[in-house]
Design a protein around this ligand. Structure first.
Ligand SMILES: NC(=O)c1ccc[n+]([C@@H]2O[C@H](COP(=O)([O-])OP(=O)(O)OC[C@H]3O[C@@H](n4cnc5c(N)ncnc54)[C@H](O)[C@@H]3O)[C@@H](O)[C@H]2O)c1
Length: 273
């Protein structure tokens, strides 16, 4: 490993189990020399898997519901105590749609579900940055990253209201990122990741077929959770200090493709190749 995060302190949201992208980020951050606090919603902790990750990475766990300002304030204050100073990096790796979970079609949204999903998946990013900003909790040249998906730009019908949540999330990265950059030299970016087999990902209808489609469309194939973690580490490191306000595609090239040979083959019946 490269000691890319040696001496850096962080907060990592969203490690639910071994499949979680945040789990891989925590493992990689540890390998690169960082110390950090792990956090998740109190209800997600009941499964207990996070305890193993905390043990393996020498981290403390501080529960926080990302929709609660009180929880987030407590998290940021306690993290600075535990880590012995201000924060250098934060990962927001949180997503949940009740409309998706309950199989509600986009055209038949239950708006109570929509509100809740928006609060958890999108507004929470504003809340996290609000608390970090107002408590002056970030070190100069720190880095904040949230995870997103390309349904913010293009139509993927079964992604449902998560598409709208991601559009808001990406916009907040730019809007809050401006003030964070201007006032504290902190950069804020979103990583737009390939479909990835995790608990949140697999909840989307038709996920298996979609995963294969993206794999065949992308010249480099889908990016894995571990590869996403590697990219995230680079954004937390000092090697990317002037990258900010960006939505960065980490998808094997999928987002710039129109058609690939292998997808085309399925439509070439009877025609000369
Ligand atoms: N899996 C994919 O295909 C994919 C693709 C692109 C982007 N993403 C994004 O990556 C991020 C991480 O998701 P993942 O795929 O690792 O799945 P995951 O299910 O492992 O992670 C989602 C996390 O959100 C947490 N969460 C839910 N409600 C919360 C709350 N109120 N407060 C705090 N945390 C809460 C869950 O406990 C869980 O740890 C999400 O933003 C997701 O939208 C995933």
């Amino acid at each position: 490993m490269y000691n890319l995060l040696k001496g850096k302190k962080g907060i990592i949201f969203g490690a639910l189990n071994e499949d979680s992208i945040a789990w891989k980020v925590a493992e990689r951050a540890h390998e690169e020399g960082a110390t950090f606090v792990l956090t998740n919603a109190p209800i997600a902790m009941r499964m207990g898997a996070i305890n193993q990750l905390a043990k393996d990475t020498g981290s403390e766990i501080i529960p926080a519901d990302a929709t609660s300002m009180e929880d987030l304030e407590n998290l940021v204050e306690k993290s600075m105590e535990v880590l012995g100073g201000k924060i250098d990096f934060v990962l927001h790796s949180i997503g949940m749609s009740i409309n998706v979970r309950k199989g509600k079609h986009y055209t038949q949204s239950n708006y109570d579900f929509t509100h809740k999903g928006f609060d958890v998946s999108a507004l929470s990013f504003h809340r996290v940055m609000n608390v970090l900003y107002n408590k002056k909790a970030m070190n100069d040249w720190g880095s904040i990253v949230a995870l997103t998906y390309m349904a913010a730009q293009r139509v993927f019908p079964d992604y449902n209201d998560m598409a709208d949540n991601k559009a808001y999330l990406e916009s907040v990265a730019r809007s809050f990122g401006y003030f964070f950059g201007r006032d504290h030299k902190v950069r804020v970016n979103t990583i737009s990741q390939s479909p990835t087999p995790t608990t949140a990902g697999s909840g989307v209808k038709g996920f298996g077929g979609f995963l294969s489609y993206a794999e065949k469309m992308s010249p480099l194939g889908n990016a894995t959770a571990l590869e996403c973690a590697d990219y995230t580490i680079s954004l937390f490191s000092d090697l990317t200090k002037k990258v900010t306000l960006q939505n960065l595609f980490h998808d094997g090239g999928f987002s710039n493709m129109g058609i690939s040979d292998v997808i085309m083959e399925g439509f070439m019946d009877g025609e000369e190749e």
